[in-house]
Design a protein around this ligand. Structure first.
Ligand code: AMP
Ligand code: TRP
Length: 336
């Protein structure tokens, strides 16, 4: 039987943090052998907010290398760069013209980012979810593994695909496949180290708010030492008054591989003075193999380029077929 297709991506804006890892990439790795996977570095999305042209290319390499370091296996997955496959931009344009403006104005992430940007909101920021829909629909993805924050974008993708099928397809033949989100319960929403009520995010100006996958042991120690806690004795999950406590226990479970019940039993009598060094050691040990593999990949000259080159070739073949199908359905004169 043909394996189902998975597509997902991360933006090359700086480093990856443990929210990206537990919310997305770890799940890609765990399930990869069951699917035919496409993982892209979504560099076109990275310029929807002001970006630095001096670091974009390097950041793109970093994310691709981190995919491999986290355990993505080229036997099961194609890794490529979004801007290398021009079908993404082209399909985004076609989808733009069938997407009602008010669908985009409703997007929570747009509203949040627009507030942060102030005066400087680009059309690209509003259009971001349409480009994301193009990413997914080009590969006829069955499943899209993402963190909780992307759920609304997935629903929009489904709505756009259904609308295009409805307007331009016929009953026997759908033009675009309708994808489904794949959101794991654990790690779907890792919270900031400095505020347990807001999501850990690359765009938070405070680096102390997140643990990056490539942070040194000393830095991880410092960040956990400084992270926000509370004065209550004993550590428990799910107390709405203690969001930081819930987040840190969850992280300990994720890093150690222990279940919620095991963590709850182990930590119920602990104070922060005992828990923080435990969390620190566990985090450092869990990230060490990823960091070592990352260094190895970056040192091997030419390797990443060859991965991304063959990724582009494979991705292009699949994407161009879908693009052609959509153009035909929309009635375009084929290239002469
Ligand atoms: P981004 O950093 O926005 O490119 O996000 C890449 C992936 O990481 C997406 O699948 C997000 O849903 C996921 N993600 C980002 N931040 C978090 C977080 N704090 N907790 C869980 N998943 C996250
Ligand atoms: N919007 C996603 C995020 O910020 C990144 C992304 C772009 C993506 N295109 C995608 C995720 C396609 C999954 C599938 O996390």
């Amino acid at each position: 039987m043909k394996r189902q297709r998975v597509l997902s991506g991360v933006q090359p804006t700086g480093n990856l943090h443990i929210g990206n890892y537990f919310g997305a990439i770890r799940n890609w790795v765990e399930n990869q052998s069951n699917y035919d996977n496409f993982f892209c570095v979504v560099d076109l999305h990275a310029i929807t907010v002001p970006h630095n042209p001096q670091t974009l290319a390097e950041d793109t390499y970093t994310i691709a290398a981190l995919y491999l370091a986290c355990g993505i296996d080229l036997e099961y997955a194609t890794i490529f760069v979004q801007s290398h496959v021009s079908a993404h931009s082209e399909l985004a344009w076609l989808l733009n013209c069938i997407t009602p403006l008010n669908w985009l104005e409703r997007m929570i992430q747009f509203k949040e980012k627009a507030v942060k940007q102030g005066e400087n909101v680009s059309v690209g920021l509003l259009d971001y979810p349409v480009l994301m829909a193009a990413d997914i629909l080009l590969y006829e993805a069955d499943k899209v593994p993402v963190g909780e924050d992307q759920k609304q974008h997935l629903e929009l993708t489904r709505d756009i695909a259904a609308r295009l099928n409805d307007k331009f397809g016929n009953k026997d033949e759908q033009i675009l496949k309708i994808p489904a989100p794949l959101i794991s319960k654990e790690g779907a929403r890792v919270m900031s180290l400095t505020d347990g009520t807001s999501k850990m995010s690359k765009s938070d100006p405070a680096d102390l708010s997140r643990i990056n996958l490539l942070d040194s042991p000393e830095l991880i120690q410092k960040k956990i030492k400084r992270c926000k806690t509370d004065p209550v004795k004993g550590l428990t999950f799910d107390d709405p008054e203690r969001p930081e406590c819930n987040n840190l226990l969850t992280l300990y479970g994720l890093f150690s591989g222990k279940s919620k019940a095991e963590v709850a039993a182990e930590c119920e009598e602990m104070g922060w003075g005992q828990f923080k060094p435990l969390l620190t050691d566990t985090a450092i040990a869990a990230l060490k193999p990823i960091q070592e593999k990352y260094q190895q990949i970056r040192e091997e000259k030419g390797y990443l380029d060859s991965v991304l080159h063959s990724g582009k070739e494979k991705a292009q073949t699949v994407a161009n077929q879908t693009l052609l199908r959509v153009k035909n359905a929309l009635g375009y004169l084929p290239p002469l």
